[in-house]
Write a protein that binds this ligand. Structure first.
Ligand SMILES: Cc1cc2nc3c(=O)[nH]c(=O)nc-3n(C[C@H](O)[C@H](O)[C@H](O)COP(=O)(O)O)c2cc1C
Length: 115
């Protein structure tokens, strides 16, 4: 499965490295996904979708098959809230949540989801 990801401070980027998969980084949001993909993103604001991810999904959500989200549990109810926000706005499935750059267990679980 094609994977797109967003990372501002490096945690999701680090997870992508641990997964050892090819993935395309969303930078401007102008990227074009012409086949089905899974999105791995961080959470911004208070349970919010990062701006570049919003821009990307505005044009590409028809190919979105699922979302995997990084967050920080100190945000309480908004932990990994980007997943819920994306599913409410664009449909698809909130597949998995992990903390910061994830654990070995998270790596295994995510590999199962994206293969
Ligand atoms: C301004 C700001 C707002 C954040 N808001 C949330 C949030 O609402 N929920 C959450 O789970 N994590 C939140 N986080 C934590 C990040 O989503 C988390 O650290 C993530 O691993 C960052 O990924 P990145 O390093 O790839 O950018 C926030 C971080 C920052 C800096």
């Amino acid at each position: 499965m094609t994977v797109y990801y967003a990372s501002r401070t490096g945690n999701v980027e680090s997870m992508i490295g641990k997964l050892g998969i090819a993935a395309t980084k969303i930078e401007s949001g102008d990227e074009v996904a012409d086949e089905e993909f899974i999105l791995i993103t961080y959470t911004d604001g208070y349970g919010d979708i990062p701006a570049e991810v919003e821009a990307f999904l505005a044009n590409n959500s028809s190919n979105l098959k699922g979302v995997i989200v990084s967050g920080d549990p100190s945000y309480g109810d908004a932990f990994c809230g980007a997943g819920k926000a994306i599913v409410e706005k664009y449909g698809s499935e909130d597949l998995y949540h992990f903390e910061n750059d994830g654990t070995d267990e998270d790596v295994k679980a995510i590999l199962d989801l994206v293969k």
